[in-house]
Design a protein around this ligand. Structure first.
Ligand code: FES
Ligand code: FES
Length: 159
């Protein structure tokens, strides 16, 4: 069955007609054209599809699309800076060699952002906990954790 839903996507109000059985990733990558969110396992195991819904990092491959009605959704595109400047997260991941194929990176960054939005001074354990649901088959996790630490410092200094 079709249903019209409206929600905030990266700061803009959007309205889209969806099939009720679809998951959030389907409408993000489909009609909404937000292809920065990657689909890996589609079983809630890899975290590649992580986006933020009302402040919480969620697996968009399992999140029913109709449930975002009236909510605030942030995807990796929402972190884009003007003039193609690298975001704090992008720069930190580059600086620490925390990207190889890059498939996991949008999901990693969204999980890290959800953490840093509520905790400006995370411990290493808190960072590792926040990234537990995000798998990377290329880099060591050490580089990724170091990148999130750098992002935390830089975001704090920006305020
Ligand atoms: S694609 Fe959603 S958790 Fe793997
Ligand atoms: S950089 Fe390739 S999966 Fe993480």
């Amino acid at each position: 069955m079709k249903k019209e839903i409206s929600f905030t996507l990266n700061g803009s109000e959007v309205t889209v007609t969806i099939d009720e059985h679809l998951c959030l990733i389907d409408i993000l990558r489909g009609p909404l054209g937000q292809t920065g969110t990657n689909e890996g396992c589609r079983e809630g195991e890899c975290g590649a599809c992580t986006v933020i819904v009302d402040g919480q990092a969620v697996n968009s491959c399992l999140y029913p699309a109709f449930e975002v009605e009236g909510k605030n959704v942030i995807t990796i595109e929402g972190l884009q800076e003007p003039n193609n400047k690298l975001s704090v997260f992008q720069q930190a991941f580059v600086d620490h060699g925390a990207i190889q194929c890059g498939f996991c990176t949008p999901g990693m960054i969204m999980s890290a952002k959800a953490l840093l939005d509520t905790n400006q001074n995370p411990t290493e354990d808190e960072i590792r906990d926040a990234l537990l649901g995000n798998l990377c088959r290329c880099t060591g996790y050490v580089q990724i954790v170091e990148a999130v630490k750098q992002a935390a410092v830089q975001l704090k200094n920006k305020k």
